[in-house]
Each structure stands twice: as structure tokens, then as C-alpha cells.
Write a protein that binds this ligand. Sequence first.
Ligand SMILES: [Zn+2]
Length: 508
Amino acid sequence: MANKIQLRDYQIRGIEQLNNAIRRGNKRICWVFATGAGKSTITASYVKMCVNARKNVLFFVHSKELVAQFAQRLYRQFGINSGIIMAGVKPNRQLPVQVASVQTLVRRQLPQADIIFIDEAHRSKAKTYQKVIDNYLNAIIVGLTATPFRTDGQGLGDIFETIVHPVKIRELIQKGFLVPTKVYTSAQGVDMSGVKTIRGEYDNQEMMVRFSDNKVTSGVIQNYLKHAKDKKAIVFNVNVQHSIEMNALFNKQGITSAHIDGTTEKKTRDKIIRDFTIGKYKVLHNVKILTEGIDVPDTECVILNHATNSLGLYVQEVGRGLRPAKGKDNCIVLDHGDNTIRHGFVEDYDGVPFTLEGIDKVLKNKKEEALKTKVCNSCLTVNPSNQRHCKECNEPFPIKERTVEFTDGMEFIAIERDALIIDRLLNMPYEKIKGGVPASQLRLVAVLRGYQSKWWFHTAIDYRYVRVDKNHPNAFDQVLLLLKMEEIKAGTHELYKQIKLMKMAKAA
Ligand SMILES: [Zn+2]
């Protein structure tokens, strides 16, 4: 069968980058694709290339359903017959490609493999995975995931040597392969303060008490009717009991909805998902099970009816609503657990390069910058923190100001961002300043600390902030112009002018 699949540009890039990593001698590679990037298609395509190169491939996943799904995909998209290693299925060990469930694999004789793919590699710390991997010292091991860290935030550095991350979620949105989110919180916000955490995650029983409050449950329904009426929605609840109760409440309000959980029989579950797909149900309730393996692109709304400290889980849940569909401009997220405020927008979660060291290291800088959000008081839309007006209703955000005191006792009222810059520049040790502050703050640091203009002139040239010949007759004006341009670009020019004027007035 001919290869019918046309790969997208970033998918081809992903394959090239994986090949480069292998060529550089890496044997254990974490291959990261954002939710919705088409990870399975790319992998299947790569498997095809391996088969053509006469390599033996082992692909293993954590659930029976995913075994069947991937084997079918290999056949449908690339005409590859694969052996299945799974309880109740007759093995065919002769075939070069084996698709296995990890639970069965660990109990049977392991197949020969030159290259191994681990699906949902963020689970790979589990002993069963490790046991399998340990048997393949010479094979190339490729871990697939959208979130290269475990639920507790730990990295995957114990298993993998390097990360290949060919496409970020922002690019997928820009190119129309995913839709952006539009997030609303609720007026009946759930207060999670004082809820204890167990291994990093909120205690389920305590969380249940807070989310079962009548005001909260009716708020979920009101919010759905207000922002996503008649739209297909997936609701992620606290636990099974909560999910069943929420389902009953939705139906009582005349919103056709259904519930599934881990104990729902496969036949029933498949039927419910099919009915949801064709629109017989508007709303589908569950706990965590719809985070993988369901693909209903016209799901326009995701309701987070729980709180989680797991960035991975949050990303997977919102990810269910990100696929594009006809007439769909965005994914409405009704966040009743302040998860967006806790983790930032899904659009930003892979904005900073991932590392194998885990989430704390990855997010340390990001949490301070991009991940910050604020909620509009008038319409409850969650906005990026740098927004001056609400992106939804255009209501201006109150500007936070505070007084900064200079060393000479002078006081200056600045907005928070400027106040932070001033504090930093005033407190920085002298030896760190040169080369340590951006060009846009060089004149600011001088005026704040009382250095002459020749200080920033020489610093700018000596520390290569600008490329100007010191001996040129116009050198000073050139440096001044270049620094001014940097200030205007970075938004520090006005601040510089204000402080300069103030200092001059005082000196006069
Ligand atoms: Zn607003």
C-alpha cells in the first residue's frame, strides 16, 4: 500500500530532528509533541521508515484500547501489519513491528527490537516500564509525550538523555491546527485554601466537599448556559460520585448529558462516546479518563470542575477541546478550579524549552513571566497579566502603583513593573551592572545611581551594547540614539525621562 499520508511541515521537521538526535549518538530520546500535533501519525510514519530500513520496531502503550488504535492506524495509514502482544490476542512474532500493552509485555518473552517507542512516556517511571526498558541496552528508545514530566513534576532524566521538541503549541494555533482558548472563571469560585495535599495533589475527599457545595454546582451549570449553551462540552469532575451527581444535575436542567468512568463497560462506553460524537449528548461527564484516546473535534467547551496541581493533567484536559472544527473559533474553558491561574494558559505551557530535570526548573522563570494571569472583575475572563484592558469586554484593569524610595530619600510613585525595575537597579551590586542589565536600562541605572553620562557612554561601547567607534566625532550622539531606541522598544524611556526630570528639579 502506498503511503497516503501527507505530513505537515512541522511533522517533517520533527522526524528530521529525531534523526539528527540519533545521528549524534543519542539512544534514549524524549520526543515531545503538543496535544493535537498528530503525535500518532508522525510516529506511525516513522515506524514505516524503520520498516523500510529493515529494522525491528516495538511500540508499547499502557492500555489495551491504545494497542488496538495504534495497530489499526499503522495498517490504515501505512499498510503495515503488526504483531499484537496483549492478553487474549494470538501473537505473531515474525512481523517486524510489534505493538504491545506494557502489562502483557512485562510477563512475556520480549521481542527483538532495534527501536522502541514508549507512548505517554511521562508514565515511564512506573516499574513495569523500567523492567522492559532495562532489557534493551542497545536499542534506540523514543519516548512520546506532550508533557515531559511526571504528575509530581519530576523530570524524565533518569530514562532519557535528550529532548526533541519540534513544535510548540503557539505555532500549531497560528497555523490553524489547533484553536486558542477563551477562559472564564466562575463568580462562585471554589476556595481551595486549607485543602491538604497528598503527594502534591489536592486531597480528593476534601476537594469533593468544596465542589459539592450547592452554590458551586449550580454555578457550573449557569456558567455553561451563559458561555457555551448548546455547545458540546466535556466536564472533568473531582471523582466518580461527583461526576454522577453533576450528570444528574445537568440532565435535570434539560441539558442532555452522560457520564462515563473507569468501570463503565467498554460497549456502553463506546456507545456513549459515539452518541456524544453525533450530538445526542451535549455534555459528557467523567473524572480523568477522557484525557487520552478520545477525539471529538467539535467539542467547543471544556469544563474544569476540579482543581489540580498537575500541569500535565490540566494540559491534557484542556487539550480535548483544542482541535479545530467547522464554525469553531476557540475552545471555551470554564475553569471552576482556578487551574488557569495556577498553571497559566495552555497556550504558554511549552513556551519555555523543556528540560529533563522536571517542571520546577522548567517553570521557574516562566511562572514569573508568561504564566501570570489576572481575572477581569466585570466579565470574569482570564487575561494574560500584561493586558491593560480585558481582551473580552475591554474593561480597563486597575493599574497597581506603589511608592519607591531612592537612596537620597526621594520618593517616586511607579506602576508595579517599573517599581520592580527600579528596585532591581538600585540594589544590584556594582560589579554585576556592566553587562548585567539590558541596554534599555543603562541610562536608567546611571540616573538612579547618580553616574555621569560618560559612564553609560563608555559602558555601552566597552561592554558591546552598541557597536560604535569611540573615536568617531559623533560617537556620543550615536550611542545616545541607540540606547534611546532600546528604551523606547522596551518601554523604559518614559520612566528614564521622569526620573531624570525629578533629579534635575531637586538639584536646581
Ligand atoms: Zn472583561
